[in-house]
Design a protein. Structure first.
Length: 421
């Protein structure tokens, strides 16, 4: 039996490197002694098995106490009576029961240690061990039971500690379709409800905390809370340096919000069973694109950051040419403004469509990939793919907003001219 969830060997090693446990998620129980830690861990094991989002078969608490120990309490008065020392007794016990390496036998390229100790039938149980004869300087052979108290007890199988506290693990795994952070939050609420109801009482001096891969998600979320606004600010500044005024910059920047909504729409469609549920040449489209519900993760947010950078391309193409057209034609009335907008917009439809098409077509091989790394690349590509499909409408939004702005300026200039006349 193994306490680890069903993991592949390499996956298990990577998880142990990142979490220190043989599971993606777990609880570390800290306490003053191992017996108390094991008791609390077993109670948590029963509670976790009731959480709906946790795979029941994967829940396992460390059985800390349970290894057999044979202890020898040497009677100093007795051994002194026979002229023995503590060192003598320890050597006799070590040789007779534990065994000592005397030499090494060499057989070709193989090396084997040669150990000496009593045969198994003389040390098989505590009563036999008590009858082991200890030689004395006087030549007498004294049973070990007369010189030491031999006791058999259960002790720790392994001793783990962290931050100067003894601890034990309760490992578990989530059911398919659940996010690790959501599972941990639900489990915390479930345990707290049990404590409030008095069904689970945490002994004095005992504490617990959740650990696992979800901590990486939380740390990444905190970083993204800084990185995403900085990315948006940098994009806004670059656009401002390009156009030189905040009005045009804001119009082009609005394409990011359009693309942002497109990314979430595509993620929603991936979780709908009816979306692309048809066959082409005997291949189901949902199977081809590996469609399934997508949880928001670090990979998804990285995809959105990439989307923010390319979502403004159509707006920049359109806005730049419109600006150049207005500088060249200098329209004087509303009709001339609209004519200039139409003239510039028509000239830039094809470049804008080609820019979006390049990004969309380039992502199709990524969306259909199934090899190593596909679990990271596909969620990263979905927001960009969906966002660029929707971002195409910015080639209509930017000219419309630019036209409204210029019409307002023309009308304002005409009113001022009428007042002066």
């Amino acid at each position: 039996m193994t306490s680890a969830p069903k993991l592949q060997p390499i996956q298990t090693r990577l998880i142990m490197l990142s979490t220190g446990m043989r599971a993606p998620i777990g609880i570390k129980v800290y306490g003053p002694d191992l017996l108390t830690i094991e008791k609390v861990g077993l109670e948590l094991e029963k509670i976790l098995q009731q959480v709906p989002s946790i795979e029941t078969s994967s829940v396992f608490a460390d059985r800390i106490v349970g290894k057999p120990y044979l202890e020898f309490d040497i009677d100093r008065d007795q051994i002194a009576r026979y002229g023995l020392t503590i060192e003598d007794m320890q050597n006799f016990i070590m040789v007779a029961i534990g065994g000592v390496k005397l030499t090494t036998t060499v057989e070709g390229r193989e090396r084997f240690p040669v150990r000496v100790r009593y045969a198994r039938e003389f040390r098989d149980n505590p009563e036999d061990v008590k009858r082991v004869l200890i030689p004395t300087p006087t030549g007498a052979q004294i049973p070990l039971g007369e010189l030491a108290e031999v006791t058999y007890r259960r002790g720790p199988q392994v001793i783990k500690s962290e931050d100067t506290f003894l601890n034990g693990y309760v490992i578990f795994d989530k059911k398919e379709g659940y996010a690790e952070v959501d599972v941990v939050e639900e489990t915390q609420r479930f345990i707290q409800a049990k404590m409030d109801a008095g069904e689970f009482i945490l002994p004095a001096g005992v504490s617990y905390k959740f650990t696992g891969n979800y901590e990486n998600q939380i740390r990444a979320t905190k970083r993204l809370a800084i990185v995403v606004p900085i990315s948006l600010l940098v994009i806004f500044l670059i656009l401002y340096f390009q156009f030189g005024n905040w009005q045009t910059t804001t119009m082009v920047f609005s394409g990011i919000f359009v693309a942002f909504s497109g990314g979430f729409i595509m993620m929603w469609l991936y979780g709908q069973g009816w979306f692309l549920n048809f066959d082409v040449a005997g291949v189901n489209m949902r199977d081809l694109f590996s469609m399934h519900p997508i949880n928001i993760s670090v990979a998804v947010w990285v995809g959105f950051i990439a989307l923010f950078g390319i979502a403004t391309d159509d707006g920049v193409i359109m806005g730049t040419y419109i600006k150049q057209t207005f500088e060249r034609e200098k329209p004087k009335d509303v009709a001339a403004v609209r004519e200039a907008i139409m003239h510039a917009g028509v000239k830039r439809v094809r470049p804008a469509m080609m820019t979006a098409a390049v990004a969309v077509i380039a992502l199709i091989p990524v969306l259909t990939s199934t090899g190593k790394g596909a679990d990271i690349m596909v969620p990263m590509a979905i927001p960009t793919f969906g966002g660029m499909l929707i971002a195409v409408i910015t080639m209509f939004i930017v000219p419309t907003l630019y036209c409204l702005w210029q019409e307002g300026l023309v009308k304002k200039r005409i009113r001022q001219e009428l007042k002066t006349t």
